[in-house]
Write a protein that binds this ligand. Structure first.
Ligand SMILES: [Zn+2]
Length: 190
């Protein structure tokens, strides 16, 4: 089972076009695909990074949570681990459906970060298929990250971030949707 999250940072929403394509595509036999357009509906509606409480949800997850910044600052991590209702709702959902692979769209670093973990080949293949770079994003402190929480806390789960570029054409969205369908066939559908 594969889960694709379109938006966690509300001002990084080009991934929604990829989910729109995936919604109408034929899937390989026996594979289940969950499409979750946005876990940050308020941020998406307001075209801002954080949620309605100005919390950066991608710093709010309870794996390796650290207090960062203050309300209104761009990486504000919230008043505590999983303090936000969006974080709690996603955690409950993921622990209920147990996705084998979770993909998270962000912008605009134009890369997929390498790993020595078992999702490494999927990340590399995704970057190859879409023309994204295959290098780590550096320069920040990344704690309380949703993708990492899934990897650590959902049994047997793979999970990684796809950093799109600053823009995404309709043609590129389709290339990404095709890449999702291709890499899902690299994993057993459990
Ligand atoms: Zn982001």
């Amino acid at each position: 089972m594969v889960l694709v999250v379109g938006v966690i940072h509300g001002n990084e929403h080009d991934g929604l076009a990829i989910l729109d394509d995936l919604r109408t595509m034929a899937l390989p036999d026996g594979y289940d695909l969950w499409l979750l357009p946005a876990i940050n509906p308020d941020g998406l509606a307001n075209d801002v990074r954080g949620n309605g409480n100005q919390v950066d949800l991608n710093r709010n997850f309870p794996h390796d949570w650290t207090a960062i910044a203050r309300p209104g600052e761009w990486q504000y991590s919230g008043s505590g681990p999983a303090s936000e209702p969006e974080t709690q709702a996603f955690m409950a959902f993921a622990l209920q459906i147990h996705p084998t692979l979770t993909l998270w769209y962000h912008q605009d670093a134009h890369t997929v970060g390498p790993t020595t973990g078992r999702d490494g080949p999927l990340r590399q293949r995704y970057a190859q298929l879409t023309g994204l770079d295959y290098v780590s994003v550096t320069g920040g402190k990344y704690t309380g990250v949703a993708a990492t929480w899934v990897r650590k806390k959902v049994p047997e789960a793979m999970s990684f971030i796809i950093e799109l570029g600053a823009t995404l054409t309709a043609e590129q969205a389709r290339v990404h949707a095709d890449a999702v369908v291709e890499i899902m066939q690299m994993i057993p559908n459990v």
